[in-house]
Write a new protein. Structure first.
Length: 113
């Protein structure tokens, strides 16, 4: 392939979009499993002052609760972004397919078919 040629394998590209979807699903599944495991264990840091400080943070800031919510939110957003990528990949495949169909139709008109 020279530097002016575009090769596009629609089936492989769509298959790759499916694999990208699977990664997003896996991240979501791992996050859900982690959240369930953490919730099922309860307050493993204890109910004393030290445990409360760990969970809520000093002065109610930067504790486990706040940081874990931020982390799980970020991971969830990553899974959503990955799913968005797979949608974009399928849209690209649709556009390239339509362009190819139009090009084939145009060649047919030029050749009198």
């Amino acid at each position: 392939m020279d530097d002016k040629t575009l090769e596009f394998d629609e089936q492989k590209f769509r298959s790759a979009a499916g694999a990208v979807d699977a990664v997003g699903d896996l991240i979501g599944d791992v996050l859900n499993t982690l959240a369930s495991a953490m919730e099922s264990r309860g307050a493993v840091w204890g109910n004393d002052q030290l445990g409360a400080t760990f969970y809520d943070g000093v002065g109610g800031q930067d504790g486990y609760r706040e940081n874990s919510a931020g982390l799980t939110g970020s991971i969830g957003s990553s899974a959503e972004s990955i799913h968005g990528l797979s949608v974009s990949m399928r849209n690209i495949a649709d556009v390239v397919r339509a362009m190819e169909d139009d090009n084939r139709a145009g060649f047919g008109r030029v050749n009198g078919k």
